[in-house]
Design a protein around this ligand. Structure first.
Ligand code: MN
Ligand code: MN
Length: 318
């Protein structure tokens, strides 16, 4: 098979503000069949509990991603030299019916991405999108390891009586057996809770929970070595909620909590995933109406690029 190593359209061939705003100015394909990894958007916000607007996340992340260049100057990763990557557009969610939207997302990932052994890098969308993605992942790989970066644990049993929402994702995932909980970590958790023991649910399932206060004022590089050891060689899914960052750097999100991560800590987290068997990742909860500067989406685009740089098979130029 002749593989196409698609390259981002260079700013020297078309000004960065020109052309069609696909993720990283990659080609837009209608099938992932021949790819190694794909960017895919899920423009959903009807699972959010407070501020809305994440339906615009994929579009603004693509818009801001036009600044990204192919090579990683810190790690020397050259993802487009050894992986075939493109943007496959958005999942056509049903914005009038959340449970139907969830089924649409799961079927899309199963049939259009995982059936071709392609690694999805997903542009959210509120965090609800992760439950159907995890269902698709576990169907293919069995229970998966999880690196979950978030201000919130998202382990409510229900919200307003409903089992599916952006705050119930990992409770459902545990209940449905989608996770290998001994290989799960939640990091960056903080803020106020419904009850003082809210985060203990995750600990009781065997997950490692690292609250934000344990991360303050520190390099996270040593911690990531521990997390790599915890994950081992098994399949790992990465779910990155932009609200893990401090609202000072990422104000464009629906449930902001102060005392969050710095942008440098976010880069340390993602770069620390290199070497793991990553089977997919998402970047969720970017809500463009709450950050007209675009910086939240730009940070989200950078995290997705850094995630791409850590995937299995990426070559590094020395
Ligand atoms: Mn979340
Ligand atoms: Mn959150």
């Amino acid at each position: 098979m002749n593989k196409n190593y698609y390259q981002p359209l260079s700013g020297n061939d078309m000004p960065r503000f020109g052309g069609i705003a696909t993720m990283m100015r990659l080609p837009l394909l209608d099938s992932a069949a021949d790819l190694d990894a794909c960017f895919v958007g899920v423009p959903l916000d009807v699972g959010a509990s407070n501020r809305s607007g994440t339906r615009y996340g994929p579009r603004q992340i693509r818009t801001e991603s036009v600044l990204l260049r192919p090579y990683n100057m810190a790690t020397r990763a050259a993802p487009f030299d050894s992986l075939s990557v493109a943007d496959i557009g958005d999942v056509p969610v049903n914005t009038f019916h959340l449970p139907k939207a969830i089924d649409i997302i799961c079927a899309f990932f199963t049939e259009k991405i995982l059936a071709h052994n392609v690694i999805p890098l997903t542009l959210g969308g509120d965090h609800t999108i992760t439950i159907p993605i995890l269902r698709a992942m576990a169907e293919k790989h069995g229970p998966v390891g999880l690196v979950h970066v978030d201000a919130h644990a998202d382990v409510n049993a229900t919200m307003f009586g409903e089992p599916i929402s952006h705050g119930t994702v990992f409770y459902r995932a545990v209940e449905e057996g989608l996770l290998d909980t001994s290989r799960c970590v939640q990091m960056g958790l903080r803020g106020s809770g419904y009850a003082a023991d809210d985060f203990d649910y995750s600990r009781e399932q065997g997950m490692r929970v690292i609250q934000a206060e344990e991360l303050w004022h520190k390099s996270l590089t040593p911690l990531m070595a521990e997390i790599r050891a915890q994950m081992g060689n098994g399949p790992v899914y990465v779910s990155y909620d932009i609200d893990s960052f401090d609202p000072a750097v990422a104000p464009g999100t629906g449930t902001p909590e102060f005392g969050g991560l710095t942008s440098a800590q976010g880069l340390e987290i993602v770069r620390g995933l290199q070497g793991l068997n990553i089977i997919g990742a998402d970047l969720v909860e970017v809500s463009p109406p709450y950050d007209p500067s675009g910086n939240t989406a730009l940070l989200g685009a950078n995290i997705l690029y850094e995630l791409l740089c850590t995937l299995p098979g990426v070559q590094y130029r020395r």
